[in-house]
Design a protein around this ligand. Structure first.
Ligand code: ATP
Length: 311
């Protein structure tokens, strides 16, 4: 297949905090969360040409057909923009699969942003929002990145004025957890939330990125995730122990798990936590949060100069 090629970054997210407020009329959950992009990334290559949408991925646990969110993104945008051309997508995975780090949603957003440029649609992140939310609740967030408040199903996204800038250490217990199963368990235990103003309290604090407000935050899915995967409880206890011992200002499950992260003000502490986790046999990653500006400029660089929009 020949045609133009774009090589794109597809970053992971963590949820700095997550509140499940209830079940909505449409069956989805009403959420309040703070999304944060980090510099752990997959690579997504898109090449225009041919007549079909095809996906290849180097990770055996990722479906390559219609269930792949990147496939769905290309197909939905093709329909929306009334295009007939095909596209070949290649994904190199580094983000843990089914680890609560939004890898599939991020890949989908990367395909939307890339095809918008390749096909010169001129939609931009705002214009792509409608298509993005049809693919998945977390996809709209990845059109924006940085530190952002997510409301509704998580698909109403608002950038926060203060962007969190800290070191991040993530441990991947290598145990995929189904997001749907975790939400199913939450439903059975859902009672009105006493802590449902935690995220707004966090935002209204003078958030300096120094960790002062992080202890307010929690992840309402953690208990249900550990009920769903009881074999994980011991690992999570060990991971949390290491992160806290090394001085993490926050240590939490990301999304519905099973990735578990720690935030650090201090690089040396983050390095030590990373080394300790590796020494205990955990697959671990160390990096940084990406602010809204950093995310935008990395994307600008990847997409290259904007061509003229066809009339
Ligand atoms: P969720 O958005 O459901 O919380 P997650 O962040 O926990 O997901 P993902 O890595 O996005 O985890 O994958 C969840 C499931 O989606 C995987 O088990 C996989 O079968 C499927 N999937 C579809 N497309 C992709 C993709 N491009 N990358 C990874 N997984 C994908």
């Amino acid at each position: 297949m020949s045609g133009r090629v774009l090589r794109l970054p597809s970053f992971a997210k963590i949820n700095l905090g997550l509140e499940v407020l209830g079940v909505r009329q449409d069956g989805y959950h009403e959420l309040r969360t703070i999304f944060q992009t980090i510099d752990l990334r997959d690579d997504v290559e898109i090449r225009s040409g041919g007549g079909d949408v095809t996906v290849r991925c180097d990770h055996p646990g990722v479906p390559t057909g219609q269930q792949n969110l990147a496939w769905r993104a290309a197909s939905e945008l093709r329909r929306y923009a009334k295009r007939t051309g095909g596209v070949e997508i290649r994904i190199t995975k580094r983000i843990p699969v089914a680890g609560g780090m939004g890898g599939g949603s991020s890949n989908a957003a990367a395909v939307l942003l890339g095809l918008d440029r390749l096909w010169r649609l001129g939609l931009g992140p705002e214009g792509l929002h409608t298509v993005a939310r049809r693919i998945g609740a977390d996809v709209p967030y990845f059109l924006m990145g940085g530190t952002a408040l997510g409301l509704g199903r998580g698909d109403e996204v608002y950038p926060l004025w203060r962007q969190v800038r800290v070191h991040v250490v993530v441990a991947d217990p290598g145990r995929p957890i189904s997001t749907a199963a975790v939400f199913g368990r939450v439903d059975r235990s859902l009672t009105p939330r006493e802590n449902s103003n935690r995220i707004f309290r966090f935002i209204s604090r003078d958030l300096e990125g120094k960790g002062t407000a992080f202890p307010i935050l929690a992840n309402d899915l953690e208990e249900a995730a550990l009920e769903e995967a009881p074999d994980l409880a011991e690992q999570v206890r060990r991971i949390r122990g290491i992160l806290v011992r090394e001085g993490a200002v926050s240590a939490s499950l990301s999304g519905s798990g099973s990735s578990f992260f720690g935030l650090f003000d201090d690089l040396q502490r983050a390095r030590r936590a990373h080394a300790d986790l590796a020494a205990e046999g955990f697959s671990a990653y160390r990096g940084r949060t990406l602010s809204l500006d950093q995310y935008r400029s990395l994307w600008r660089r990847a997409l290259g100069p904007q061509g003229r929009r066809p009339r």
